[in-house]
Ligand binder design. Structure first.
Ligand code: 6PG
Length: 232
């Protein structure tokens, strides 16, 4: 499903309502709502506004991180830092599954996989809600063009380093992302328009984000600028 809005505010409001409806539905059905959140700048205003909402059953909502830059949690480049600041800290949320940075990178990756599997009691869990962004190069999560993570078939979490970065990244892989029930892509702004066209019109498989699938609902929330090459 593709939805185009005039303003960022409208996108945030739509997403807040969607989040509320979905969380209520899943909590009623099975007692929990399992979510994975992305970093980047686009979702931050949504997180901040979500933190102001009153009627959300946070006690039944379990938060994981789609990807993380392996720098300290106090570093502004850290997705954990940004999401804590915007959403977790204001609400003092406790059902949060952090990536361990105190241990070796490979051990931390295995630990995060085990945490996820143990929480869901499943070998390949199915998240209820995953929020993703799209980079100018078509990356999503921290799966970059030409990365070996693109073809990962078994591991749920992968480690990679973006060219030019001096830190590693940890990321959900496709076996985990594509087993999710509901995925929302947030893509806002002029710089996203070429990738949006390649993904949605050309269905170009060489673009990482084109490979994302959802079990139930895959949604693209766009604004006028990011959708300007697909809305004729
Ligand atoms: C990250 C991400 C990444 C992000 C895109 C879009 O850690 O950077 O999780 O996949 O979603 O790069 O980022 P913007 O929202 O900043 O455009």
């Amino acid at each position: 499903m593709i939805k185009t809005f005039d303003t960022k505010n409208e996108i945030d409001n739509f997403l807040i309502n969607y989040f509320k409806e979905l969380s209520n539905k899943e909590i009623e059905k099975k007692g929990s709502f399992n979510i994975a959140l992305s970093g980047g700048s686009t979702p931050l205003s949504f997180y901040e506004k979500l933190a102001l909402e009153k009627d959300i059953s946070w006690d039944n909502i379990y938060i994981f991180f789609v990807d993380e830059r392996m720098v300290s949690n106090q570093n502004i480049k850290s997705n954990i830092y940004q999401i804590k600041k915007a959403l977790i800290d204001p609400l003092k949320l406790e059902n949060v599954f952090y990536i361990n940075k105190e241990i070796d990178l490979e051990d931390s990756k295995l630990e995060y996989e085990l945490l996820i599997k143990a929480h869901f009691k499943e070998e390949v869990p199915s998240f209820d809600f995953v929020l993703l962004g799209i980079g100018d190069d078509g990356h999503t999560a921290s799966i970059f063009p030409n990365s070996k993570l693109i073809e990962e078939k078994k591991d749920l979490i992968g480690i990679d380093q973006k060219i030019g970065d001096n830190f590693f990244r940890m990321s959900f892989t496709f076996p985990l992302i594509n087993n999710s029930k509901n995925i929302v892509f947030l893509a806002i702004g002029e710089n996203k328009k070429f990738m949006i066209k390649k993904i949605l019109i050309d269905k170009d498989k060489s673009i990482v984000a084109t490979r994302v699938r959802a079990k139930e609902n895959l949604m693209y929330l766009l604004n006028k600028k990011s959708s300007s090459l697909i809305n004729f």
